[in-house]
Design a protein around this ligand. Structure first.
Ligand code: FES
Length: 306
């Protein structure tokens, strides 16, 4: 998978609405059919970071739907996530440090220590760590479920108070390539000054394929056929069949006449674009993290089995 392809999917597509394939109204109608509110008021798993960009024991601030959250990775590679604002005097915990003995994040102002469940376990002068699991609105902060799989760090956006709260009902959605040994992948991320819905829609745009990609066919740019399948309650796939261009890589190198492009939309913010020619499959998965109403971080993972 070359960089042009990646950049096309994640950068150049912004501003080109999905003229063919998934359009804003298509996405809206999928949402209505699946009884998912347009605003997605229910909680979700979001990709919030790339594991290899997060240093161990260094607090990192992320902002998800306007909520500041501090995440950190401990010595054993497990993650923690708590609200970023220290309840004592309102300082950002991400500007502090991680205490490697306790695994707590330490506020940079008065050094209060917060554990992975948001409990303030030690203030200056206190010898012993507080062990109570009861949430105190005066001293503690909410925490979030967070986990890493295949270099993506996923966070469930429901603020948690109870340390014994059971795992969320909606589990993380993973692309099948994530667990297939035949695939290799690379990841990247990119910030956009536009809302997450627009970024997601543009990840699904396919009209540019014929012109911009080396497997496209500028002389015969439209698909020969298409098929729509409902994969799950919040997951739809559209498959397009194309004739390979005479100078395209599939035709020139492999003498392949036909290629399939699968576009998937997994509500509300995952997309998949899967290019199949012969035995070769290249897949691009995107996950849009809404930072605010007009800022988005897009995470892109590209797989190939060749
Ligand atoms: S502001 Fe955080 S400990 Fe005082």
């Amino acid at each position: 998978m070359n960089l042009t392809y990646l950049i096309c999917i994640s950068i150049f597509n912004v501003g080109i609405l999905g003229v063919y394939g998934f359009t804003r109204s298509t996405i809206r109608s999928l949402e209505m059919k699946s009884n998912v509110p347009i605003t997605h008021a229910h909680h979700q798993w979001y990709v919030v970071a790339e594991n290899d960009k997060i240093e161990k024991n260094v607090p990192t601030k992320i902002v998800l739907n306007n909520v500041p959250i501090t995440i950190w990775k401990t010595n054993d590679n497990s993650y923690a996530a708590v609200h970023d604002i220290c309840p004592h005097r309102g300082v950002s915990l991400s500007r502090g440090r991680v205490d490697t003995k306790t695994g707590c994040v330490v506020c940079p102002y008065h050094t209060f220590k917060y554990n992975s469940c948001g409990r303030m376990v030690q203030s200056p002068g206190q010898k012993n760590l507080r062990t109570s699991t009861t949430f105190s609105h005066k001293t503690d902060i909410v925490y979030y479920r967070i986990k890493e799989v295949n270099n993506w760090v996923y966070l469930y956006d429901k603020p948690l108070y109870d340390v014994f709260e059971s795992p969320p009902l909606h589990d993380v959605w993973f692309e099948p390539e994530a667990f297939d040994q035949d695939y290799r992948y690379i990841t990247l991320s990119k910030d956009f000054n536009v809302d997450a819905r627009t970024v997601t829609e543009n990840s699904l745009d396919i009209l540019h394929i014929s012109e911009l990609h080396n497997f496209g066919n500028p002389r015969d740019p439209l698909p020969k056929s298409d098929k729509t399948e409902k994969v799950g309650e919040e997951h739809t796939r559209v498959s397009y069949k194309y004739k390979a261009g005479p100078t395209s890589i599939p035709k020139l190198v492999y003498n392949i006449e036909e290629l399939i492009i699968e576009n998937e939309y997994v509500l509300p913010h995952y997309t998949v674009a899967r290019v199949k020619f012969g035995d070769f499959i290249n897949t691009i998965v995107t996950s849009a993290m809404p930072i605010s109403d007009d800022k988005t971080k897009l995470f892109v993972k590209t797989y190939r089995n060749n």
